[in-house]
Every structure is written in C-alpha cells, then in structure tokens.
Design a protein around this ligand. Sequence first.
Ligand SMILES: Nc1ncnc2c1ncn2[C@@H]1O[C@H](COP(=O)(O)OP(=O)(O)OP(=O)(O)O)[C@@H](O)[C@H]1O
Ligand SMILES: [Mg+2]
Length: 235
Amino acid sequence: MPVGVQEEDMPTVGEPIADRVSKVEQFESIVGYDDVKRLFNMSLSSEKPVHILLVGPPASAKTLFMLECMKLERSYFTLGSHSTKSGMIDYLFEKRPRYLIVDEIEHMPMKDQTALLSLMETGIVSETKYQRTRNTQLKTWVFATSNGTDRMLTPLLSRFVVLHFKQYSFGSFQEVCTHILSREGVPSEVGNAIADAVWTKLKSRDIRDCIKLGRLAKTKADVDWIAQTMKTYKG
Ligand SMILES: Nc1ncnc2c1ncn2[C@@H]1O[C@H](COP(=O)(O)OP(=O)(O)OP(=O)(O)O)[C@@H](O)[C@H]1O
Ligand SMILES: [Mg+2]
C-alpha cells in the first residue's frame, strides 16, 4: 500500500459501488437547479473524484450547495479567505476528509491554490517543513464556489467541472423568493408583492433583499411602503 494510504481509501474488491457512495438526495434547502443537483449526485456516485466549482453572481445559491455538501460524512468546510496553507494541509493529514468544501475559493492565497493542484489531480498531499517531508495519499472530492474566475490559477480551474450560474430571470426570482419566504411564514400574495417590488421598484436582483423585506413586512401595504423608503434612501 502506498505511503499514507489508509485502508478506508482503498476500494475493496467485490464491494458494490452503491454501498460505498454517499448522496445528498434532495438538496432540499435549494429551490430549482434540478440539473445541478443531479450532477452533484453523479459526482458523488463516481468511483473516482470529480471536482465541481460553482461560479456566479451574489445570492445565486452557491453557498447553499456547499452547505448541503457539508451533510456528507467526512466533509470539511473552509472559507477561501480563512484558509492557510498549513491549516488546510494539517487538516488533510489529520482528518483525511473525503469531501473538501471551499467557499469563495477565489480568496484563497495562491500558495493554497497550488497545494490543491496535487490533491485534485493525484490525491497526493506533500509538505516539506524543517527539512522533513511528509506525504500522504487521499481520495478527496473538492467542491468550491467563486464569484469569478479571474483570481484563480488556470491549472486549478481545469481540474474542476465549472458551472456558471446565471442571474435569475424574473420568473425564477419570483419562484425562489416566494418559496423561501413561505418557509418563513410569509403568505404567498405578500411574497409575490415582495418579488415584484424588489425587482421593479428597487431594481435589485438580490434574493437577500426579498428576505429583508419579508422579515419586515406584514402586509402588501407594508411592502409598498418599505420598498418606497428603501428606494428613497438607496445609495
Ligand atoms: N435557488 C435558491 N433556493 C433557495 N434559496 C436561495 C436560492 N437562491 C438564493 N437563495 C437565498 O439567497 C441567499 C443567498 O444564497 P447563497 O448564500 O447560497 O448565495 P451565494 O451564491 O453564495 O452568494 P455570494 O456570492 O454573495 O456568496 C440565501 O439566504 C438563500 O436563502
Ligand atoms: Mg456565498
């Protein structure tokens, strides 16, 4: 067995694949994106890692996908801006995660992105510190998000299946808005009025604005008044 490889990372002869894979069946917190959900589950069913990067505008459910993946056993979540090379590498050596989830990977320092190159391609993690080198081999899927790809290394990008989320159309915006507000107990007619006001009056495409209004407004009249006030004080 190669150095550092643990038995749990090696496929067992005769073991049916279906018994080894994990799945996030429903991605239930996310409205729509059925095709993306299916692709994630295909990646999770794959015998060898297939890494997925979600790129897209603010509030397009990228982090929600990462949060759903955190439900998987042996997953590790890290924020690109908070990761440090040694922190992440120590973690990889110690915990041997099967799923590494990196939110906002574009903020990850270049040296950390470099460390991911080898992990994603070969599963090998190697570190030289105080003239001593340690190596290990993992079987790790990497799921990540980013607002853009400009700050990412080209070889890193090429190791991912990259999915570009588009800005919501009004129809999807309204559907997402009413869905999440109904979970917060907002009646559908108020939810619809909020989607309308945010989209047309505030000219915002940000679902987070719908949530703010939904928590403030009790009635449709409230919606109009709050939207008007937000418009008056818009920067
Ligand atoms: N398709 C969706 N289903 C459910 N909730 C959604 C959806 N799209 C957006 N939201 C809501 O919008 C908010 C932002 O979602 P999320 O944090 O996943 O966005 P993001 O794409 O990571 O944005 P950012 O680039 O700003 O980090 C969440 O509170 C979520 O409830
Ligand atoms: Mg996010």
